[in-house]
Structure formats: structure tokens, C-alpha cells
Design a protein around this ligand. Structure first.
Ligand SMILES: *[C@@H]1O[C@H](CO)[C@@H](O)[C@H](O)[C@H]1NC(C)=O
Ligand SMILES: *[C@@H]1O[C@H](CO)[C@@H](O)[C@H](O)[C@H]1NC(C)=O
Ligand SMILES: *[C@@H]1O[C@H](CO)[C@@H](O)[C@H](O)[C@H]1NC(C)=O
Length: 396
């Protein structure tokens, strides 16, 4: 993986859901309607295979992980970014008002017998999602059949799943067909799986190759070496999975969040699969950077990506100290150097993979920092669990 491409994809990220913030939005109906759908989720489960766990195959693409799923009838395969930081699952959809160049064919709803445009007070329901980096998708909401795999060997069929049919989408990479929203909002894919799958999912990212994302019983992360920290789901910031970061250690120097504006008791950092790097608010971020600077004796270099990361001229990652993230409940994740430092495209420069954010933006625990942990989300128990794992070996 290379630094420049990673940064290009940084924007793919999170997920501030600005649904219906525009004046074109219908006055009401959407949120209400989704809540209604959720309350009906149990009826969906009775239509699917009881006891089996849904899963999907995933593939690493430079800096994000794509999930393969099937849309419509007959099933049409798409590969879309796994994003635990956003809600709406969308794909580029014909007819395009403005679609980005996509390698795979674009989904054509007119060819699917199960596609149904959603109605809001007698007209179609527009949606818009604006992501962290100013990328966006706009289109109309629809209900459609989504099909995943399941451990029973039978397909896991989700009829009448709410998706976004994206007609005007900003630039994303041609290998992406859209986004899979997996936050805890009412219309995310995991919420729409229904009552038997109460927000259980797990993934194990390795920064290469293929892997799987599991849902339901098979997504429970337990056993020796597993550590769990409390997940905070607040209505003030709906959808995000927050964790509490108590401190970061740089080598043996422990930098507490306590006493800084970053400190919180009910979540201060969003865990996100769709963001590559890790983001801290600038004041705390600077403390961490200073601790790294204190250890590293190599010559400073400019950030080749222009993101103002802390970079050094070096041919090796060995110059850097080990970073440990201390989450609440004594969850100390000792991170591999690969998780926290990255080499430039052309080599010769290594940078700390932590970006300093404005204090008004979310702090984010990104996917690179989560490498080689089996990460399990459990929204019923309000826990996120981590198991140090060789993720490449797990999926072989
Ligand atoms: C479930 O959905 C049906 C229509 O499909 C609706 O009539 C019913 O009121 C819903 N039940 C709940 C509890 O929302
Ligand atoms: C697509 O949406 C963007 C952002 O709102 C807008 O500026 C642009 O005009 C739209 N493109 C078309 C072709 O409607
Ligand atoms: C992880 O597993 C892969 C594939 O089995 C193997 O090649 C690699 O050496 C392992 N890494 C470590 C650190 O054990």
C-alpha cells in the first residue's frame, strides 16, 4: 500500500449523515417510516433461515475494504465499501444524472423485478449522504432484495431492504460500486437484518487480499486473548459507534486524555471501518506527535501527501516507537508499527498515520489501526471486542 493512494482514498470515509437536510426533502415520513420498518424486522427473520449466520466476502482495495453483495432479482453483484461509520447502503444506479466511472456495470433497476422506488407522501424519497471528505451520493430511496451468503450454505435473502439508488455521485474509485452502511441507524444493512441479528458483526482486516465480514452468531468474538471495551451509542450523534480512548502510549510514555478536552466518559472516538487513518483532535494529537518526535532521531521530511502528517526520511519503519491505544476497561491494544506508520509511495519517507483534526470534527479509530485484530461489534451488549489475530492466516 502506498501513502499517496491511501490519502486519496481518505475521503471515502466516514459518514456524517446529512439525510434530508436540504429544502427539497419531504417534510416528514422518512425517519418515521424507517422506525416502522425496524419494528417489523421480526417478520423478515421468519422468512429467512433461522440459526444461520450471514456473511460476505471482502477484498482489500488500497485503503478500504469492499464487500461483495447481490442486489435485485436476478441477483446483480456489486462491491461496495464496508462502512461502519454511515447508514445508507447505496449503489450507482441507472439512469445516471452524474455517475463516476465504474469498472463493473452499473446497476439497472429496470432489469430487477424486486426493485421498488420508495414513496414518501406520494412522491419519491430523495436521499443525500455527504461524507467527511466532501464526497457525496444523491439519489432516491428504494426497497430491493439484498442477498448475502450464510453459514447454512443457502443464500441469506433480505427482501424489501431500503437502499439508496445513487444517480448523482461524486468521485469514488472505479473499483467501488457504492457503500454498505453498517452503523446502528434504522436503515443500515445490519439493522435491517432483523431481530435475530442484533447488531453483531465482525471483521479481520489484514491490509491485503480477501477476507470475510460476519454477522449474527458467527460474528461473536470470544475466547482467550479477547478484550472488550464499552461501545457508546448516543442519540446526540446517532449511528456512530463510539469508544472511550483513555490514553495512548508512545513507547513507554503514556499520554492520558484525562485533563485534556479530548477526555470523555461516554465515548470520544468513533470506530470506523470506512476511514483509513486515525484522527485525533489537534491539541491531544500534538501531544502524541511530540512524544513520537521525542523518540525518533531521523531527519524530518515534508508530508508528501500535503496532509501535514509527521514524516521522517527513513528507509525503515524500525526508527519508530510502538504505539498502544488504551481504551476504557483496561483494553490495551498494542499496535503493530504497520498500523501506525506508513511509507510514502516512492519510499524513503515514513509518516505517523494519525491526522490532527479540528476539535469540531470526530476523532476516528480508522481501519489501518485495526489491522490484525478480529474486531467484533455487539450492539446488544454494547461492547466492541478485539482479538489479536493474523488476519491473512485466518481467511486462508
Ligand atoms: C408491520 O407492517 C405491516 C405492513 O406490512 C403494517 O400493517 C403493520 O402495522 C406493521 N407493524 C408494526 C408493529 O409496525
Ligand atoms: C450533482 O450534485 C452536485 C452537488 O449538489 C451538484 O452541484 C451538481 O450540479 C449535480 N449534478 C447534476 C448533473 O445534477
Ligand atoms: C500471517 O499469516 C500469513 C499467511 O499464513 C503468513 O505468511 C505470515 O507469515 C503470518 N504473519 C505472522 C506475523 O505470523
Amino acid at each position: 500500500m502506498s501513502l499517496a493512494t491511501t490519502i486519496i482514498v481518505l475521503f471515502l470515509q466516514i459518514s456524517l449523515c446529512f439525510l434530508f437536510t436540504t429544502t427539497a426533502s419531504p417534510p416528514h415520513g422518512f425517519t418515521m417510516d424507517l422506525i416502522h420498518r425496524r419494528s417489523n424486522a421480526s417478520s423478515r427473520v421468519s422468512n429467512t433461515q433461522s440459526g444461520s449466520s450471514p456473511y460476505a466476502n471482502t477484498v482489500f482495495d488500497n485503503s478500504v475494504y469492499l464487500m461483495k453483495l447481490q442486489v435485485g432479482t436476478p441477483p446483480f453483484e456489486i462491491q461496495a465499501i464496508i462502512d461502519t461509520g454511515s447508514e445508507i447502503t447505496w449503489t450507482q444506479c441507472l439512469p445516471c444524472v452524474h455517475c463516476y466511472e465504474q469498472n463493473a456495470p452499473i446497476f439497472d433497476p429496470s432489469k430487477s423485478s424486486t426493485f421498488k422506488e420508495k414513496r414518501c407522501d406520494g412522491h419519491s424519497c430523495p436521499y443525500e449522504v455527504d461524507y467527511f471528505d466532501h464526497t457525496y451520493t444523491m439519489g432516491t430511496l428504494a426497497t430491493e432484495t439484498i442477498t448475502l451468503h450464510s453459514t447454512s450454505g443457502e443464500p441469506f435473502v433480505m427482501p424489501e431492504t431500503i437502499i439508496g439508488c445513487g444517480h448523482n455521485n461524486s468521485w469514488f474509485k472505479p473499483s467501488f460500486s457504492g457503500m454498505v452502511g453498517l452503523n446502528w441507524g434504522p436503515s443500515s444493512l445490519i439493522t435491517q437484518m432483523g431481530g435475530e441479528y442484533p447488531g453483531l458483526m465482525s471483521y479481520c482486516f489484514s491490509g491485503q487480499g480477501t477476507s470475510k465480514i460476519n454477522f449474527g452468531a458467527n460474528a461473536i468474538v470470544a475466547g482467550d486473548g479477547v478484550v472488550s471495551t464499552t461501545m457508546f451509542m448516543t442519540t446526540a450523534k446517532p449511528g456512530f459507534y463510539y469508544l472511550n480512548l483513555d490514553a495512548v502510549s508512545v513507547g513507554n510514555t503514556r499520554i492520558e486524555t484525562m485533563g485534556t478536552t479530548f477526555h470523555a466518559l461516554e465515548g470520544n472516538i468513533v470506530i470506523d471501518s470506512g476511514t483509513t487513518l486515525t484522527y485525533f483532535p489537534v491539541s491531544y494529537c500534538n501531544l502524541v506527535r511530540q512524544a513520537v518526535e521525542h523518540v525518533v532521531t531521523a531527519v524530518r521530511a515534508a508530508d508528501p501527501t500535503g496532509n501535514d502528517m509527521l514524516c521522517y526520511n527513513s528507509d525503515t519503519i524500525d526508527i519508530f516507537p510502538v504505539i498502544t491505544m488504551h481504551f476504557s476497561g483496561g483494553v490495551d491494544l498494542v499496535l503493530d508499527k504497520y498500523n501506525m506508520y506508513m511509507e510514502s509511495n516512492n519510499g524513503g519517507v515514513f509518516c505517523l498515520a494519525i491526522i490532527c483534526n479540528s476539535p469540531t470534527q470526530e476523532a476516528i479509530f480508522g481501519n489501518r489501526a485495526q489491522n490484525n485484530f478480529l474486531v467484533g461489534y455487539d450492539s446488544s451488549s454494547l461492547l466492541v471486542s478485539f482479538s489479536p489475530t493474523n488476519c491473512s492466516a485466518l481467511w486462508n
